[in-house]
Design a protein around this ligand. Structure first.
Ligand code: TRP
Length: 454
């Protein structure tokens, strides 16, 4: 194991890098369409419970496992639980990271196409139907999305090779605040569209009659996905935290920032979708069809503004996606680098190469490979389902069990309170959740979804 590991340089850097990992396409692309497909407000309420009851304690666990062991996620279990099967939790995490990165980069690549389109003023004078057909034609094209996919992975590769402090930290510090401001502006634009109040209602008035086990699984999966939990991503980042990082406070900040941005994204997308009559359950294409339209409609008298805002938005969306792909790439790269003892650059090359291959299959599965199905799903949907709805919650369950039952209670308390120097108000509750609530809740949601209860 290497001992020359670097640290993040500052407290703000720690929060912003972790938040940079958490905030991404999960908030702006995946959250709205999952919420839309699962009926809106009721889904969001269950989602919030998942974030704060399950997500927070599990995030703190990932942090403490990472910082204590100062190793990649599989290595971490080897340090804390030598010669035990726990390391398989780490292996599963690395695999999940690899799979998510592959299909995530496809969507991240789409954002680059949209930057180009916005840049050449390609959105001007188009209607909602035009945006819809343009998106379908583009996403099914056998070449164009692949070029963007590869481009995006190469950008990620570049930052990873630059390293933790210069690459990851510096980058997140500028990006995150900018993104936030732009999102706020867009919320106002979207709310000003005619008929937007129906979208707000969809977001705020829960209809519990639509809640079924699928809604629970969807909300739980989304919570893990959006918080970057369950595969050792934040665990890997925490291995670069310093001794005086306040783990519980960092987790809380990241959780709040991430949730806030997801809700704001909902406040952009749904009012806009209702305003132009696009169904909120349109699925993964939702933001790529509704958003360009918001930019056109909201500034009808001022085309310059619609040009500037749409261009800025897609640039920031791409950058938010980049801080997330970096975090996934880092998990797999740190694993290969440390466990197989090859250089960081060589490790990163393997990861980038592998993801390009898998990503190509995911991308083509939306077009020319549409007919190839495994378990009834194309590659893209299959990767999404298997990772977000199975591997991440399962990982989260094992992380809870590991911290709640396997790790010495002293070690856990010591790590969360930084050797007794911090007062952590919910420590007891947090350990209780890890021991009982989280594993049981996750197991129940699984069992229920598999239909074993009915
Ligand atoms: N959370 C990120 C987003 O919302 C995606 C992401 C980054 C992720 N790292 C992860 C998802 C680890 C699951 C696990 O876009």
């Amino acid at each position: 194991m290497k001992n020359d590991r670097v640290n993040f340089g500052s407290k703000l850097g720690v929060i912003l890098a972790s938040a940079g990992s958490a905030v991404g396409l999960g908030n702006i692309w995946r959250f709205p369409y999952e919420a839309g497909q699962h009926g809106g407000a009721a889904f969001i309420l269950i989602y919030l419970v998942c974030v704060f009851v399950l997500g927070m304690p599990i995030m703190i666990s990932e942090f403490l496992i990472g910082r204590r062991s100062r190793a990649n996620t599989a290595g971490a279990y080897k340090v804390l639980a030598p010669h035990s099967p726990w390391r398989w939790v780490g292996f599963m995490g690395v695999l999940a990271g690899f799979l998510i990165l592959s299909y995530y980069s496809v969507v991240a690549g789409w954002t680059l196409e949209y930057i180009l389109e916005a840049g050449v003023n390609g959105f001007a004078h188009k209607s909602a139907t035009d945006f819809k057909s343009a998106f379908i034609a583009f996403s099914q094209n056998p070449v164009r999305p692949l070029v963007w996919l590869i481009g995006f992975l190469l950008m990620t590769h570049y930052v990873i090779v630059k390293g933790v402090k210069k690459g990851i930290e510096r980058f997140s510090k500028v990006m995150m605040p900018l993104l936030f401001i732009l999102i706020l502006i867009l919320v106002f634009c979207s709310l000003s569209l005619p008929g937007s109040n129906k979208g707000v209602e969809f977001l705020l008035h829960p209809d519990f009659s639509k809640v079924n086990s699928e809604v629970f699984l969807g909300a739980m999966g989304q919570a893990f996905f959006s918080l970057s939990l369950g595969m050792g991503c934040l665990c890997t980042y925490a291995s670069y935290f310093s001794k005086d990082t306040n783990l519980s406070r960092t987790a809380f900040s990241v959780g709040v920032i991430d949730t806030f941005i997801a809700i704001l994204a909902g406040l952009i997308i749904f009012p806009a979708a209702f305003s132009v009559g696009i169904s909120p359950d349109a699925g993964p294409s939702l933001i790529f069809i509704t958003l360009p339209n918001v930019f056109q409609q909201a500034f009808i008298g001022a085309p310059v503004l619609s040009y500037i805002f749409s261009l800025m938005f897609y640039i920031l969306l791409a950058l938010a996606a980049l801080t997330s792909t970096i975090s996934m790439h880092e998990v797999v790269t740190a694993f290969i680098h440390e466990e197989f003892d090859i250089s960081r650059t060589a490790a990163a090359r393997w990861v980038t190469g592998g993801c390009i291959v898998l990503g190509i299959f995911c991308s083509l599965s939306l077009g020319i490979l549409q007919h190839i199905k495994l378990f009834g799903l194309g590659f893209f949907d299959l990767f999404d389902f298997v990772t977000a709805k199975i591997m991440l919650p399962l990982g989260g369950m094992f992380i809870s069990l590991f911290t709640g039952w396997y790790l010495d209670r002293k070690l856990v308390e010591d790590e969360v309170t930084n050797g007794g120097t911090l007062k952590v108000p919910f420590l007891k509750l947090y350990i209780f959740i890890l021991k009982y609530i989280a594993p049981i809740a996750i197991a129940l949601i699984f069992i229920n979804e598999l239909g074993l209860l009915s």
